[in-house]
Design a protein around this ligand. Structure first.
Ligand code: FES
Length: 114
């Protein structure tokens, strides 16, 4: 069984509070959100259909999909409002010398290709 390792995502200085930014780590599309409650990493692909979450809106800890307005809690990925039914996957994150690093669980379910 392979273990997840932290990989650099972006500089904290490039992600002010209230903003989100997309990146790709280990072939996975990731969204990093900087909120007043902390920094969180989630899948950047909506669980409802083909939408990149970074095109949506971040309101506090609520992430709103740009396509059909499903709402997720960035702290744990849970669905706050439909039409999405499945939570967004979330990932471990750490801050090292100003760099945000994210660890992808190798056992994570595959993302929908688009
Ligand atoms: S694609 Fe996100 S709510 Fe439909």
């Amino acid at each position: 069984m392979s273990e997840s390792t932290f990989e650099p995502a972006m500089q904290l200085s490039d992600l002010p509070e209230g903003r989100m930014s997309a990146c790709q780590i280990s072939g996975r599309k990731i969204l990093v959100c900087h909120t007043r409650d902390g920094i969180f990493a989630l899948d950047n692909v909506c669980t409802h259909a083909f939408a990149r979450m970074n095109g949506g809106r971040l309101r506090g800890t609520r992430l709103i999909c740009p396509l059909h307005a499903a709402c997720f809690d960035v702290r744990d990925g849970r669905v706050l409002a439909p039409p999405a039914q499945q939570p967004l996957a979330t990932y471990a994150l750490r801050l090292l010398d100003g760099m945000i690093e994210v660890a992808i669980d190798p056992a994570a379910a595959p993302q929908v290709a688009y």
